[in-house]
Each structure stands twice: as structure tokens, then as C-alpha cells.
Design a protein around this ligand. Sequence first.
Ligand code: MOS
Length: 722
Amino acid sequence: MTRHLRMDEPQARLLDETGQGVLSTPLPRPEGPLKVTGRARYAAEVTMPDMAVGVLVRATIPAGRVTGMNTSEVMAMPGVLGVWHGGKMLRNPAQGTANAAPVQPGDKVAYYGQPIAVVVAETFEDARAAGQALKIAYAPSNAEPDPDTAATVETAEGLDQGDLEAAMDSAAYSIDAAYTTPGHSSAPMEPHAALAAWEGDNLVVHGSYQMLKYNVNELADSLGIPPENVRIHAPYVGGGFGSKLGIAPEAVAASIASKELGRPVRVAMARQDVFEMTMRRSETRQRVRLAAGVDGVLTGLGHEDRVSNLPGESFAEPTVQATHFLYGGENRRYVQEIARVNRTCAGSVRAPGEAVGMLALENAMDELAEAMHVDPVDLRLRNIPDTHPESGVPYSARSLAECLRDGAERFGWSERGLPGERREGEWLIGMGVASAARANFIMESEARVTLNPDGTALVETDMTDIGTGSYAILGQIAAEMLGLPMDKVKVDLGDSAMPPASGSGGSFGAASAGSSVYLAAQEIRAEIARKLDCADDDLTLRDGNAVADNRKTALTELIDAPMVGHGHLEPGKTAESHSQAGYGAHFSEVAVNEVTGEVRVRRMLSAFAVGRVLNQRTATSQGHGGMIWGIGTALTEELQHDPRDGRIVNRDLAEYHVPVNLDVPDLDVMLIEERDDESSPIQAKGIGELGLSGVGAAITNAIYNACGVRVRDYPATPDKIL
Ligand code: MOS
């Protein structure tokens, strides 16, 4: 039996009436012990008998064509089994697979660091030595490594509503400021890896990916085989942040080499490969204009930006994504420029759009508050619109005001002074605030739930857990719906042979996959109700028992054969009828050293409203992750491109500075519960990326409050503060 639901159909919402009491509780991850004891095998740890090992070789020019390589010399080296390159190694995934890392057809080079060849040998050491010995000859062509001077710049009109120029001219207060943000790397802890093996025409890949349903199609497209012949296993994924949304070159390379050699081949990326070959977040140049009346209410809002990508790529960082709906102002204008450059492909990196667009917008709001001598929390409260300022549609649950007010209260915001006022020796202390907002998405998702005669349940879907807590929350939803203690529920994920889920991306995973598990469990509840001859509504399932008409029956006695429920969530029209987003408020306190310009984040608090909270612990942890990214975004993270050839110079974790433990103070997360009826059947919204949206601006705004220096060029390194 399958329960289908389109989001705009009437929904029964049971989760507040079931009484098992496991949903939302801060249960630890069921797979946690496997991870911390090394028993959870990640892609690069899977081995197979007779396995060969490949390494990827990267381009050392930014633009041109490969004209040859010393293949026969390399083939003669110890243990070397094969060299594949160009069109043969990496075919272009078909159209419509925008998530897949781009592969330039044939032997064309479009960026420095592009994968050119895979060298396969008996051992990793042999493969690496051979890869280093592979000499590639090129016919270089003119490169455009710099988005500021690129010859080709495309312009996309975002919106031109009302008359922003007039609003700026007649504003009581206005801000017109430029902000820049650097490129970012997803830098997941687990580098990308794939082990490919063929049985006849069937390919099995053990890899590290976020969205298996799509990844199967992308890999099949790349290899020119039917998707039915591809199976991907990704039970554990050590962070994705966008870089594993689509297949990457290691999967294609391993699959081709494995087919040709007739034995399993593993290709794992080195850390430098991850930086150079997986998608980067584009640098941005932004201009924000704010026009406000004497009351501080916005009358106009302009947000223009320039981002970059390779020629022909359709993705452009959606910088103004939150600008569309966060604040009011009837005169609005957005324009985006996309510079075509020879740099590593730009794509989705955690919270694409908001993560950098809100650095500018929320910094500008702080500038407006400063200009008006209004409290920045108060300014934001004054500008929460009644309906969507462009489309006029209503908002679904939106507890932005509560987040700002309750967060300010708990943080001790009233202690905030004026720039230079609070000092401890050579340290100046300041506080900053920023709103958080991240558009909410929902994706088609399927799951199968089986209730066994022994009173246990099994949840199966190809959903991934990229460190986010999918194993925990999907088990909790099933346990809650079926009235089972958590230890009676097993969750199997990350195998593309199981019912296709949304995958993990865009913060849609928990609500989408969770809703499909909810629907599957509803199907089982209906079957139990039929068996007991009671109405669905009169059935209570708790602690392994079914209660109806004052009769209690143990599920183990009631069920003699496995009951299987299939849930299928399809996104409907609510995405258009309501503006849906997760909201929050970030607060930070920093100390700025007036001698060295060093900034230490002393404490942070973020309040989030994300609909139903499915697990207090994993939700809080998602908040922490976003806030830590925010510290990096504000203070340290920056891809450095060589101006001559666009290459990423700081392509490892020693030079690309993500925050480490000493950079991260106590983080306080407040979860403000909502029921968002439009967001998903389980009334939950995305949380992962919300934590990152806006947070960096709370830190730079705190720097201003500490020392009076307004940093508009991220990150706020000491040279920009002194
Ligand atoms: Mo996300 S950038 O959709 O993993």
C-alpha cells in the first residue's frame, strides 16, 4: 500500500496526538557509536578483493587544450595498470543534472586544477608516483581568471519594482554601500571517494554523495548506461555542504577504469583535489541600497551583485534569495552580473545565496540603525512585512519577531554600549545582531516502513545522513507513529536500491524524507485500525500496544505477517501560495584587540524557528554547525586565487582557515517551536543552512560596536580592522 500526498491536499497531522513521546526528544544518533569507534565504513574505507587504486591528475593551466601526455612512459612504471583521460575518462553528464560537477568535454581545459586523467595502479603509492610522473602537454589559450576584469559578463535582471531611485532621493535615511565576500570551499571533513565494481553490465559504486536518486542518473548519463544498471551505496557521508550534491569526477573515473580493467577500482580525492575539483562558492561583489522614512520603515531596497562561474555553467550564486522576502519596502531593485571566468566551477555551497547575500544585507541594516540611532533589533522588528513584499502572498509560520525579542533577552542585549565604550585592557568589547532567514524547500520523497510480527519496525529509504541526524529523526518519526520504543526501530539508509528519497540538500532532507516515513507509518496505522475494526482516529499505538475501544492488544499478538507501508510525498502548490522560510536571530559578542586587530568571538546565541523540531539534539547541533561556519565566514575563510591563472593557492586545511576549537566559544542555541502547516505534513522546516544565514554579519556588526570599524570586505582579518 502506498500513501501518496501532495502538499496542497488536506493532511491529517497526528504527531501532536501520538503519545510515544520520542519525537523531538534529544536522542543521540543511533549510528554514533559506529562512527566514534571507526566501525562505520566511509567510501574510501571500503575494500574489495583484487581492488586497484586510481589517482586523479589535475590541469596545470587555466585554459586551453590537452595535446598529449607521456602515457607509455607512465604505463611502464611499477604496478601501473592504466591511464584514462579526456572524453574517455569523463563524459559530460547529460543536461538537467545541474548538481553534477561539470566535466569539460574532450580534452578541453577550462580551469586550473580541472581533472584531466586518472592513473590506476596496484597500490595507492604506485598510482600516486605514476600520477606525479604524468606529464601533460597543452596548447594554452587566453584565460580570464579575474571576475573584476572578465571580458564576458552576463546581466540578469532580478526585479525592478516601483522606483528605487526616487525612494532613495526622498528617504529620511539611506544607506548605499558596497560589500565583498570571497570564494568559499565546502571543505567537508571526508574527502570524496568512490569504489566502483561491475558485475556484467551492472555497476555498483560505494561513494560519498548527498542525493542518491539523482546521483544514479548522473552517473548513468556520464557512462551512457541505463540508470537501472547503477547502484550506489552511501550509508555514511562525512559532510557534504553541497560538494556531494552531484557525482564528482572520482565516481566517473573509477567506473570507467573498473569497466576497462575488469576489476574493482577505488579513486579517492586528495585534499587538494577536493579544493580544486569540487564546486566552490563564488566570490561576490554586492551593492546594497536601503531607503527609510523617519520611522525607520524601509521604503526602498536595492541589492545588486556580481558573481562568477565558468563559461556555459547555469548556476549563479542566488545572492538575493533572502532579500526577496525578509524585509518590506515597496520600491525594490535587484540586478545580478555573472562574470565568466576560468576558475574552479562555482556551485551550491552551504546555504547558497543567504550565506553571503545576508552578510551584505544584515551589515547594511546595521549601518542604517547606526545612522538613525535606533537599536538594530528594533529596526529589524519595524521592518517585518505583513505579506511578501513582491508577490503579496501570506507567510507561513514566521517567528522572526520572537527570535529577535527572546534571543535579545536571553543574550543580555540590553548591556550593549556604544563603540569604544566597553574595554578590558587592550580589548574592546562589542555586541552585534543579525536576522537569520533561509528559504524553505520540500522535495519529492519516498520511504518504506515495515512493522514485523516480533514488534520491531524497519525504515528503508535511499535518504543519506551527511552528519545531520537522518538515522535518528527518521527512526523517531517511525517510532512515534507506530508507538514503539526507539530500540525496536531500525533505520537503513544510503542504498539507491531502496525507495528514492529527497536526499540531503538545501535543508529539505529532514522535512521531506521525514514526511515520507510519516506517510508510510500512517498506512500501517490504517491497516492496524482495519484489523481492530476501529476508525483510524480512534487508534492509539503506544509501547508496542494497540489501544482501541478500551481494548489493549500487543502488536506481537495482533500481527502475524509483516505489514508494509509505503509513503510518497510530492511537493504541491503551497510553495507558491505561501512564502515559506526558516527564521532566526543571531547575537554575538566579540573582543577586538586594538593593538593587533585580532578578533575573538566570546559568545554567540542564535534563536531559530523552524517549525516542528524533530530532535532537539541534532537540531541544536545543526545550529552549532551554521554558527561555526559563520565565524569562519566573518573572520577567516577565503579562497585565494592566483591572479595570473586563477588557481586556488590555499587549497588545503592548513591554508584555508576553517574555525577550530579555540576559535569557537560557547554557543547557545534557542529553538522556538512552531507548527508550520504549509511546510510539510510533519510541520517541520529546514534548519541546517539557516544557522549559517546571516550569522557572519552578527560578528562584523559586533566588531563595529566594539571599535567603530565597519568591515564591508569579508573576512574581517586584522589588516582590515587596524
Ligand atoms: Mo546544500 S549547498 O544544498 O548541500
